[in-house]
Design a protein around this ligand. Structure first.
Ligand SMILES: *[C@@H]1O[C@H](CO)[C@@H](O)[C@H](O)[C@H]1NC(C)=O
Ligand SMILES: *[C@@H]1O[C@H](CO)[C@@H](O)[C@H](O)[C@H]1NC(C)=O
Ligand SMILES: *[C@@H]1O[C@H](CO)[C@@H](O)[C@H](O)[C@H]1NC(C)=O
Length: 499
């Protein structure tokens, strides 16, 4: 029924004074209401309604049908470095919300596009370039924030409707900001620099009801190692308001963190999920010749072991590495391509094994480099397993060869000054020989590593998909999947038996 007719029905006569007054009053009320409504819209981007039940993020989730998951051809890869200008139109979030069968994340997630630092630079170098031109032109080892953003924009479960989302991705380049601060370079995005960007992000996030209500459903990467330093929070940054405000916010969110180390200040939100990050690794080019031009046979492994790593004579924490290189140097039977500092490739890819020994901390991108180069990692301390997420079955992918007595400092905080007990050279070389003799075990692990390469390669969608799924599995356990394409991925068990 037209508006004016409904007015007439109330008994007013067209043209009467009462009618005119009423009409004006109604128009004034309506325009006031509209203005208030628009203002509310501007003020609170997702305050569409006060009836929170309307928000999908408050409704229970339908459990997805889960069948056999066929193995894909691995074609869901990000095959550019984010420079593709046409990408904006092709963000993979069309109407079809069914994920490709080998992706795990199965709830819709929202990306706060207003928070993307599209034009961010470090000393005028664009972030995509910094991410791909680390030392030796490898990927920057703490660039998971950037790769996750790339994957998020292309993931089929991304929704552009915040009301439809169950999880939320905060796509800021926080690792790069931390890194820039650490190396004292300028981090800017369109004229806003440093921690001012955090203050801005904090304001924008707080405006969203989804954030205020469910910060734990918000996923953010903060895995540059300064994030776990007390002094970084307490001393270095104590003067900056933007930094403090933001840092008090992120422990409420679900976070990808450095080697499992919690933030300072302590997280106030028990519902949140934290997951230790993988380092971002880079594969060797299998055809790359030796430095003197000698060609290689691609994929061949004429050497037994490699460990390309700095040995930092002055630091006690590097004693394991120095021991390993000294012992290997004394062996007449083990064929070592390179131990110590030097060129990573092709020494790493031309060796069957890559030794993973602690430096300043237990983790290293060396582990990922080794696997992406088709070599089998040898872990040298149990803590190197402990700092990983518990969701990888490392028995399938690695060997363990202790280079010091782990029990010597179990339970104690390990710092770069911890003294590690030294086992003998004989014990080390004897155990290493046993590993070299295990031909069948080596082949099995090598096959598994090749199969699992996409899971550890940040240029594919799988690291992002896995982390998001693991958070989904904690926050919405009723949606847990039974199977994945990865035999070495230990999925959280489903709540219910198979129907
Ligand atoms: C910011 O980045 C976008 C996307 O790369 C580009 O289209 C735009 O021109 C940039 N803006 C400025 C001011 O550089
Ligand atoms: C790998 O190295 C070979 C030999 O140097 C080179 O011809 C080839 O372009 C490289 N491939 C890639 C993907 O960089
Ligand atoms: C190996 O040992 C020899 C002599 O013992 C020494 O000259 C050489 O520098 C050592 N090489 C390495 C890489 O430590």
């Amino acid at each position: 029924m037209p508006f004016w007719k409904s007015i007439s029905k109330l008994g007013f006569q067209k043209g009467s004074l009462v009618y005119l007054y009423s009409l004006s009053a109604i128009i004034i009320i309506l325009s006031l209401a509209t203005t208030t409504y628009l203002a509310a819209q501007l003020d609170d981007a997702d305050q569409r309604s006060d009836h929170t039940d309307r928000h999908s993020f408050d409704r229970p989730i339908a459990i997805q049908g889960q069948g056999q998951l066929p193995i894909s051809d691995g074609s869901i890869t990000i095959n550019n470095y984010g420079h593709d200008k046409d990408d904006d139109d092709d963000n993979g979030n069309g109407n079809d919300k069914t994920p490709p069968p080998d992706l795990l994340l199965s709830v819709p997630f929202y990306v706060y596009e207003e928070l993307i630092w599209t034009n961010a630079t470090i000393n005028d170098e664009p972030i995509p370039h910094v991410a791909t031109h680390g030392r030796h032109k490898t990927r920057f080892k703490h660039s998971d924030d950037y790769w996750f953003y790339e994957a998020a924009m292309k993931h089929p479960m991304r929704t552009t409707d915040i009301y439809e989302a169950k999880l939320f991705f905060v796509p800021i380049f926080l690792n790069f900001l931390d890194y820039a601060k650490y190396v004292k370079r300028d981090f800017c995005n369109l004229g806003t620099c440093g921690y001012d960007l955090l203050l801005e992000t904090e304001r924008k996030l707080q405006k969203h009801k989804a954030f205020r209500k469910h910060p734990e459903r918000h996923v953010i990467v903060r895995s540059f190692y300064t994030a776990s330093w007390e002094r970084w929070y307490n001393e270095y940054e104590s003067m900056d308001k933007g930094y403090r405000k933001f840092m008090n916010l992120i422990p409420k969110m679900s976070c990808i963190i450095f080697e499992g180390k919690e933030f300072i200040p302590s997280p106030p939100n028990p519902a949140r999920v934290t997951l230790p990050s993988y380092y971002v690794g880079t594969a060797c080019n299998q055809s790359q010749p030796w430095e003197d031009g000698t060609p290689v046979v691609p994929g061949a492994k004429p050497f037994d072991v490699a460990m390309i790593a700095t040995l930092k004579e002055e630091r006690l924490a590097f004693q394991d590495r120095r021991n390993v290189c000294n012992w290997l140097n004394q062996s007449t039977t083990v064929k070592t391509s390179l131990c110590g500092p030097g060129k990573r490739c092709p020494a790493l890819s031309q060796s069957k094994f890559g030794i993973h020994a602690a430096g300043d901390t237990f983790g290293s991108q060396r582990l990922i480099d080794t696997m992406l180069s088709g070599s089998v990692p040898i872990f040298t301390s149990l803590d190197q397993y402990r700092i990983q997420g518990p969701w990888i079955d490392w028995k399938q992918l690695s060997y363990y060869l202790p280079v010091h007595d782990d029990t010597a400092f179990s339970g104690q905080p390990v710092t770069q000054f911890s003294v590690r007990k030294t086992p003998s050279q004989e014990a080390f070389l004897e155990s290493l020989q046993k590993i070299l003799d295990d031909k069948e075990g080596y082949e099995r692990r090598r096959q598994k590593i090749l199969e699992h390469n996409p899971l550890f390669d940040h240029e594919t969608m799988y690291p992002f998909d896995t982390y998001m799924y693991l958070i989904q599995a904690e926050l919405f356990p009723e949606t847990r999947q039974r199977k994945s394409r990865w035999s070495a991925l230990l999925l959280p068990p489903p709540l219910f038996d198979e129907p």
